[in-house]
Design a binder for this molecule. Structure first.
Ligand SMILES: Nc1ncnc2c1ncn2[C@@H]1O[C@H](COP(=O)(O)OP(=O)(O)OP(=O)(O)O)[C@@H](O)[C@H]1O
Length: 292
């Protein structure tokens, strides 16, 4: 695999507010990423920088080996963002036609099939669509563009669970048939946990963790038991979060647990459980510790 986009030491300040701080990120080709972070973490600022919409205060974005200039979108990129106000006076078909001109791999039969599947009337003006239907119009462009790099910033706003599931299942199928790099920035973590391969988890402008979802699943554990036992067991382990739990303690650790660890945990009367990505994300953000 090779990198199609790299950010090095990327920062963006708005006055005294450092929205993104010394951030490094690499996007490989043919990979599905999740970009996760609480409100205000800096996700949109990061995405706007890597698509040339705003200029970093410092640091570099390189797309396919060339430095990205302000206003310069990385080659073959489709960026679907939460707010596309300039579309609002246009009809759905007009924005599809507009988008198709920019994307060499645009697939019209696919786009028309998606309009049908999601019951989106191509003659309607964007401003007359519900919030969810507006999201869908953007999502259809993201799919039909088949761009080498497709970035979705909060693609699910206003969509109900059935539509979200349908969209993700079409995305996964299309990604399998036409591999490309996809970045999903969203708060619906459990939904994307099933489909993304890697995640970048960010808070307060920095990346706390980037890892394969399967690796996170294997390495994230929550322990509960007496405070002394938890303390003893976690002494030589990477603890990302702790809190009192009943009369004892709860600790979340990140790392491999071997047979010896499990025997020790058993002897100490500890309970060990795995963690869903959503829960792991919450603990990681709450703990605020970066995992290298
Ligand atoms: N144009 C701007 N001017 C001033 N501050 C800004 C601007 N855009 C973003 N910020 C600030 O930068 C920080 C990061 O915001 P950003 O929108 O990138 O976060 P986010 O992770 O996308 O949040 P959300 O999930 O709520 O959309 C916030 O503190 C925000 O208030």
């Amino acid at each position: 695999m090779s990198a199609i986009l790299e950010c090095s030491d990327l920062s963006k300040s708005y006055g005294k507010n450092e929205a993104v701080r010394h951030l490094n990120m690499t996007l490989e080709d043919n990979t599905m990423y999740g970009l996760l972070g609480p409100n205000g973490a800096g996700k949109t600022t990061l995405l706007n920088m890597i698509t040339g919409g705003i200029f970093p205060t410092s640091g570099v974005v390189e797309a396919s080996g060339s430095r990205l200039e302000l206003g310069g979108m990385p080659p073959e990129t489709c960026y679907i963002r939460e707010k596309n106000l300039y579309w609002r006076g246009a009809r759905v078909m007009e924005i599809l036609q507009f988008a198709s001109a920019f994307h060499p791999h645009w697939d019209w039969p696919f786009a028309e099939g998606l309009l049908n599947t999601f019951k989106l009337d191509p003659r309607k003006k964007i401003r007359h669509l519900s919030r969810g239907m507006q999201s869908l119009a953007g999502n259809i462009i993201g799919l039909a563009s088949r761009a080498r790099l497709t970035i979705y910033d909060e693609p699910m706003l206003g969509l109900d669970v059935l539509v979200r599931e349908k969209f993700y299942s079409i995305l996964v199928e299309d990604y399998a048939n036409y591999p490309r790099t996809i970045v999903l920035s969203t708060h619906f973590i459990d939904e994307i946990a099933k489909i993304v391969e890697r995640v970048y988890i960010m808070d307060a402008g920095t990346i706390l963790l980037h890892d394969d979802v399967d690796h996170i699943r294997d390495h994230a554990h929550v322990l509960t038991g007496s405070s002394e036992a938890v303390q003893q067991f976690t002494n030589d382990k990477q603890v990302i979060y702790s809190e009192p739990y009943g009369k004892g303690s709860l600790s979340v650790i990140y790392g491999t647990l071997g047979e010896k660890d499990r025997v020790q945990a058993n002897q100490l009367g500890l309970t060990i459980e795995g963690l869903a990505l959503q829960k792991f994300f919450s603990y990681l953000i709450e703990g605020g510790r970066r995992i290298e």
